[in-house]
Write a protein that binds this ligand. Structure first.
Ligand code: GAR
Length: 249
């Protein structure tokens, strides 16, 4: 045998190269990212996973739209990128792809279709979504992208933000894993607010995915509340003034 791979002791991937067995320094969780659009959050994940100590490996990108810019980002990063059915309702096909690629964690990053219940059940506590508001406010069916920011502005709320949560059978409903507040400024438009929230998403999502991957590697479920660049602390609310919350890690 010249080269090969064995899921060996403790589930770690041992490599057999030049008649020797090696245990790579970092075990990585195989992550699939589901997308529908530009893929700037996917890019943030790809960039974070380029680091040698990252616990996540982006192993598959699936889009329900063939024209999604995210597909090009995936291909540039040499990640398999496939187009699924436009409604995303082919549960058997989706599960077959995730299984074939050995996926351990699924991340919805700007994915705008409901994930079929059978897929949610197969990845219970192993599927994350990022939403551009502070859930449970401004979530639910039809609340995505620009519509979310328009609703925040129409409500007069002075605070918005980003949320990473576990996916269950209802839109934007599963347990919150990570949140980062962002102020709403007087004179904000949906575009200016979206840009402020998106900048935070690009930091929050990789941090939350990496933290969840550490928990997957340790054999436990993602848990806790990740607030404003701090580490995972269960049931802790921001203890600092919210301006502090805008300072990245
Ligand atoms: C992001 O703001 C994400 O939070 C939002 O779509 C955008 C995708 O941007 N997702 C939702 O609204 C889901 N309810 P991206 O394609 O550049 O990552």
């Amino acid at each position: 045998m010249v080269g090969g791979r064995l899921e060996g002791i403790l589930g770690a991937p041992w490599l057999f190269v030049h008649r020797r067995w090696y245990l790579p320094a970092v075990s990585r969780v195989r992550v699939a990212v589901l997308v529908s659009g530009h893929g700037s959050n996917l890019q943030a994940l790809l960039d974070a996973c380029a680091a040698s100590d990252c616990e996540a490996e982006i192993a598959l990108v699936l889009s329900n739209r063939g024209d999604a810019g995210a597909l090009e980002r995936a291909r540039t990063a040499r990640v398999p990128a496939l187009v699924i059915d436009r409604d995303g309702q082919d549960a058997a096909g989706l599960l077959a792809l995730l299984t074939r690629h050995g996926i351990q964690l699924v991340v919805l990053a700007g994915y705008l279709k409901k994930v079929p219940d059978a897929v949610v059940a197969a990845f219970r506590d192993r599927m994350l979504n990022i939403h551009p508001a502070l859930l449970p406010a401004f979530g639910g069916p039809g609340m995505y992208g620009r519509r979310v920011h328009e609703a925040v502005l129409a409500s007069g709320a002075r605070l918005s933000g980003a949320t990473v949560h576990l996916v269950d059978e209802q839109y934007d409903h599963g347990r919150i894993v990570a949140q980062w507040p962002v102020p709403v400024h007087p004179g904000d438009t949906a575009e200016t607010l979206a840009a402020r929230v998106l900048a935070v998403e690009h930091q929050l999502l990789p941090a939350a995915v990496r933290a969840c991957c550490r928990q997957v590697l340790a054999g436990s479920s993602p848990s806790g509340l990740y607030v404003a660049g701090e580490r995972f602390v269960p049931s802790v609310q921001p203890s600092q003034p919210l301006d502090h919350a805008l300072i990245p890690e």
